[in-house]
Design a protein around this ligand. Structure first.
Ligand code: NAP
Length: 331
């Protein structure tokens, strides 16, 4: 009898999408491919977008969403991986133009996989997921551009979400003074628990920016974009560094050049998806060590595979706090 696995599948019919759990035959890996029994996945904003007919991330349907997974190699035709190896996949085309991690199995090019980092469980890897990796990239890029704890306060916008909460926790762990802006008044205690020293409202950071505002931030991790990024740039301190990671508030950016030419501010672009594999290993090792939030579990909600759909809907409304891991074979 053919072995099958369950997958959460997005179908597109005309201008709508239809979501369904389906049984599929377990694939045979082709040259260079690896089949993984998925233990854990997680929910990112991009996974929510993948369920929409015009989400802008999926181009061909049907598609299994899920840009992240961790699991155990079930079959391999890539000599670097053997049955039983514990592996992780984040980014590339996974869950976007290639079936992703919201399934019990996946078949991916070996080039997209890396081994579970020492010091992290397969579940921990998905608590971080793309969100944690992106926050770590942002911290690293800001440091490479001169940020240090003595430089002053660091702002994190959209702070209660995945990238935001990871950035708050990592920066606090490194000894930075963190200001967190959030649209959820009820998330203040959560953010303070992660190490934020001060809380700003979403309105505070969405004011019409002046060409150059009061100099406040030595660093900033922005995952909102739009007006919030423009305001953030206008309030960066002299030689401040601002990492742009996302667009939950919109893809546009209307700024002036004053922050750049009067204050020497740097706007740093962050991309986790195509980050070269050679850079991933060292950064994941750092995430297992000095960047590991003090209490990873306190930022994590665990859901069963069957409960995926409501979280995908909630994340699109900005309603998720912290990270959500999805239990597949990991329980
Ligand atoms: N560059 C990369 O490689 C990369 C990697 C991962 C994610 N991203 C992007 O980063 C963003 C965050 O992803 P995520 O997975 O962390 O999502 P998430 O968990 O949903 O977090 C997003 C947070 O943004 C805030 N927010 C939502 N709607 C907003 C609005 N209209 N205006 C202002 N703030 C709003 C909310 O936080 P508060 O309620 O606390 O304000 C929300 O929790 C997304 O745009 C995603 O595409 C980029």
């Amino acid at each position: 009898m053919t072995e099958t696995y369950r997958a959460f599948v997005v179908h597109k019919d005309d201008d709508t999408t239809r979501l369904a759990y389906e049984e599929r035959p377990v694939p045979e890996p082709q040259d260079g491919e690896v089949v993984v029994q998925i233990a854990w996945s997680c929910v990112n904003y991009k996974d929510g977008l993948a369920t929409l007919p015009k989400g802008g991330v999926v181009r061909a349907w049907p598609r299994v969403p899920g840009v992240d997974m961790s699991g155990v190699v079930a079959a391999s035709r890539d000599e670097r991986f053997r049955e039983g190896d514990e592996v992780v996949c984040t980014g590339y085309d996974f869950g976007v133009n290639h079936d992703g991690g919201h399934a019990e199995r996946c078949c991916v090019p070996g080039d997209w996989l890396f081994r579970r980092p020492d010091g992290l469980s397969l579940r921990d890897c998905m608590t971080f997921g793309t969100a944690g990796f992106t926050a770590a990239l942002a911290v690293q890029q800001m440091e490479r551009n001169g940020l240090a704890p003595d430089n002053g306060e660091v702002l994190v916008t959209g702070a209660s979400g995945g990238v935001g909460s990871m950035a708050v926790a990592m920066l606090a762990k490194l000894g930075y003074r963190v200001a967190a802006s959030t649209g959820k008044a009820e998330a203040a205690a959560f953010l303070t628990g992660l190490g934020a020293e001060s809380i700003l409202s979403r309105e505070d950071v969405s004011e019409e920016p002046r060409p150059i505002g009061r100099a406040r931030w030595a660093g900033a991790v922005d995952q909102v974009g739009g007006r919030v990024l423009a305001w953030t740039l206008s309030t960066m301190a002299y030689r401040g560094v601002c990492a742009a990671t996302g667009l939950t508030g919109g893809p546009g950016l209307q700024s002036t050049v004053f922050p750049f030419i009067l204050r020497g501010v740097s706007l740093l672009g962050i991309d986790s998806v195509m980050c070269p594999m050679a850079e991933r290993g060292p950064l994941w090792s750092r995430m297992a060590g000095e960047l590991r939030p003090a209490d990873l579990d306190s930022m994590t909600t665990e859901i069963a595979f069957d409960d995926l759909q409501p979280t995908l809907t909630t994340i699109l409304k900005g309603g998720v706090t912290g990270r959500t891991v999805v239990r597949l074979a990991g329980g």
